[in-house]
Design a protein around this ligand. Structure first.
Ligand SMILES: [Zn+2]
Length: 210
């Protein structure tokens, strides 16, 4: 019986063979470089693999994923990814994607001690929960509250990303846009938080209080 490691290596062999059969040039072309148009900042959750759920191919989406798709202003990791994607790869869109059933968002509904690393990481999300306490208490259950926290966290992440000097310059100089998404795991559907078709808006997410 194969273990998880055997399965992923064997899976890669199948992927490589089938991809080459379908288009023998795929890997040669990929070896020449990448030109993704989208930077995706998402959750590390195994059920939200951006390239798969968006029916895209390797090379289409530049990715940063972490617990609860957080964009902390002092996080050098996410800042480096944003800098490289925007200044060097010149992506056209930055998306931040939260999701339903998010363990990080759910854990942020309470103050259980998860250890110093996770407590520190989730602190800003728990602060969001505290800030929006009244609104969250109106919701039906913890599932709905966690989804709302995920939305608020995406919106906060957008505000942080938009303050990045490289992002500000790219928005000004070449029309880079920043968007929020929520992926509904049980439905398998992405929802755009700034759906301009519904609102007639500019395409840029704008916080209600600005
Ligand atoms: Zn998550």
């Amino acid at each position: 019986m194969s273990d998880a490691l055997d399965r992923i290596v064997a899976g890669n062999r199948v992927y490589a063979q089938r991809t080459s059969e379908h288009d023998p040039n795929t890997f040669v072309e990929m070896g020449r470089g990448q030109a993704p148009e989208i930077l995706w900042i998402g959750c590390a959750d195994s059920r939200v693999p951006e390239t798969t759920i968006c029916h895209c191919k390797p090379g289409d989406i530049f990715v940063h994923r972490n617990i609860a798709n957080c964009v902390h202003a002092d996080d050098l990791n996410v800042a480096a990814v944003v800098e490289y994607a925007v200044a060097h790869l010149k992506v056209k869109k930055v998306v931040i994607c939260g999701h339903t059933k998010c363990g990080g968002a759910n854990a942020s509904l309470a103050d259980a001690d998860l250890g110093v690393t996770l407590n520190t990481w989730l602190h800003p999300v728990r602060e969001l929960r505290r800030k929006h306490k009244a609104e969250l208490e109106q919701l039906a259950d913890d599932d709905a509250r966690a989804t709302r926290v995920a939305e608020l966290n995406v919106q906060q992440g957008i505000e942080v990303v938009k303050q990045h000097p490289t992002v500000r310059q790219a928005v000004r100089d070449r029309g880079l846009t920043v968007h929020g998404l929520i992926y509904d795991i049980p439905a398998g559907q992405l929802r755009l938080l700034d759906d301009t078709r519904a609102t007639g808006g500019s395409g840029l997410w704008t916080p209600a209080n600005h």
